[in-house]
Design a protein around this ligand. Structure first.
Ligand code: G3P
Ligand code: CA
Length: 263
């Protein structure tokens, strides 16, 4: 495969800490972000949903069930209710080898809290989850970016092209990545699709299992960045690196740093 000959070498292959360093600490929490920064991740990936009172909070699922031991949809809970929940104990139970006493009782952070705590000490890749056609989440995200003056360090991604287009219309300066799911590694995307994505986004983030060298080359040759998720094993990190991806999302940012250092 003559991939190396037809793609530009990436300036820097980015390590994106998926939900923070979520292999080692409770996902989408302040300790997971702290750890990812310690591990020198280039970006912190975080998922956001809106509470009932329209506050962006950092949580992956649309319910609080899996990560708090409580029950309910985020959109049906107020921030005050969300803040009563324990977002760390589930991790200690599920991953005893990485459990820490201080994780018990930590709360689901608001986006503001994250931006206020870490500011421009790191870069962020924020995922807009399940936006809904009338959601205010895009405008509220842009407000938070502007409030904390983080225009230079925040990128945004989503499976929803409608949501990305909406944010692009609000603020065309924010770098956007289209999340996609491919079924087959041999999949090639229609050139017209890539041209369309280029009207609002700077890159594509596909599932690692659904891509190969040809896909990476095609997307890069179209002038888009390509950053697969979620790459947790070294053997796959090596492959992705060799294909010439621009970055990977991983729960183990330290592992990908090693791959970069040894290649
Ligand atoms: O952010 C890339 C990847 O996170 C998309 O999948 O389910 O982990 O949010 P998910
Ligand atoms: Ca995500």
């Amino acid at each position: 495969v003559k991939v190396k000959e037809i793609i530009d070498p990436a300036d820097k292959v980015l390590t994106i800490a998926h939900r923070g360093a979520s292999g080692y600490a409770p996902e989408n929490t302040i300790p997971a972000i702290e750890l990812a920064i310690e591990m020198q991740a280039d970006y912190i990936e975080l998922d956001i949903h809106l509470t009932k009172d329209k506050i962006p909070v950092v949580i992956h699922d649309e319910t609080v069930n899996r990560t708090t031991g409580s029950r309910g949809y985020v959109r049906n809970l107020t921030l005050e209710q969300i803040k009563q929940l324990d977002a760390g104990s589930w991790f200690n139970e599920a991953y005893p080898m990485f459990a820490r006493e201080q994780y018990a009782g930590i709360t689901i952070p608001t986006l503001d809290e994250v931006f206020e705590t870490f500011g421009d000490k790191t870069r962020y890749m924020i995922e807009i989850k399940e936006p809904g056609s009338n959601s205010q989440i895009e405008a509220l995200l842009n407000e938070a970016i502007e409030k904390y003056k983080l225009e230079d360090v925040v990128s945004v991604h989503s499976f929803s092209s409608a949501s990305l287009r909406k944010l692009h219309a609000i603020n065309p300066e924010i770098p956007l990545y289209q999340l996609v799911w491919n079924d087959y590694t041999t999949a090639r995307v229609p050139a017209s699709y890539l041209e369309n994505v280029k009207t609002y986004a700077v890159g594509i983030s596909p599932n690692f299992q659904g891509i190969g060298a040809a896909f990476v080359a095609q997307v890069k040759n179209a002038g888009l960045k390509v950053m697969p998720y979620t790459v947790n094993y070294q053997v796959n990190m090596d492959k992705a690196y060799l294909w010439g991806v621009d970055g990977v999302y991983t729960n183990y940012p330290d592992r990908f740093q090693e791959v970069i250092d040894t290649n």
